[in-house]
Design a binder for this molecule. Structure first.
Ligand code: FAD
Length: 173
């Protein structure tokens, strides 16, 4: 995430945003987006990023849904071209977007798998006792794998647990 390329440049009372983003869940039916963009290109990676609340109906925002294997379109690719956003849409302190993102991801990581575990349980019951779950939708099952990727893959989560909970040395140390 720290390698993101989108930029926000201050112009009077506005921010001007340029960038591109993929895998944005639900952007095609959302009004607002939590956006991270570089506000200090000279700062070290994690320090020059700010968080914003972007109104997706703003001129210059293009949201393109991505069709998945399941047939649904849960994600999008977004293009932001000279998007002008009021200065007070900054979320949190300037250049402290990394902390905002980590807080949001922490919540997502702790709640995301609730649905995935339910699907896994249902599909297991459906295999063992088909009559107990006769109408398990194939699209739920297809989504289960994605729960091990979103908000950071299972391997990344294991690294986080090892380093932050167990206090083990970094994997790349
Ligand atoms: C259902 C779903 C919803 C999503 N919604 C959003 C969204 O709304 N907004 C958004 O921004 N993104 C979204 N994403 C994208 C998601 O955040 C990324 O796909 C996820 O963080 C993994 O990053 P990556 O795809 O760059 O994979 P990578 O991090 O590049 O991983 C690729 C492979 O390398 C392995 N790997 C990488 N680093 C390590 C390491 N240090 N040690 C061991 N193995 C490693 C991974 O486990 C994986 O197998 C969504 C993805 C899914 C599946």
């Amino acid at each position: 995430m720290a390698s993101l390329q989108a930029s926000a440049v201050r112009d009077g009372d506005m921010w001007v945003i340029n960038g591109q983003k993929i895998w944005t869940s639900g952007a095609h039916y959302s009004d607002w987006m939590l956006l991270l963009a570089h506000t200090d290109p000279n700062a070290p990676k994690h320090r020059g990023i700010s968080a914003f609340l972007l109104d997706l109906r703003t001129t210059g925002v293009e949201v393109r849904p991505i069709r998945q294997l399941s047939g649904a379109s849960g994600f999008n690719e977004d293009f932001l071209t000279d998007v002008r956003m009021p200065a007070d849409h900054l979320l949190g302190p300037l250049n402290r977007g990394w902390e905002v993102a980590m807080t949001a991801l922490g919540h997502e990581r702790s709640t995301l798998n609730a649905g995935g575990h339910l699907n896994l349980l249902r599909s297991t019951v459906a295999r063992v006792r088909p009559r107990a779950c006769p109408r398990l939708p194939a699209v739920r099952v297809l989504r289960s794998r994605s729960r091990t990727i979103a908000a950071g893959t299972a391997e990344i989560q294991k690294n986080i647990l090892a380093e932050r909970v167990l206090g083990l040395p970094r994997a790349d140390a």
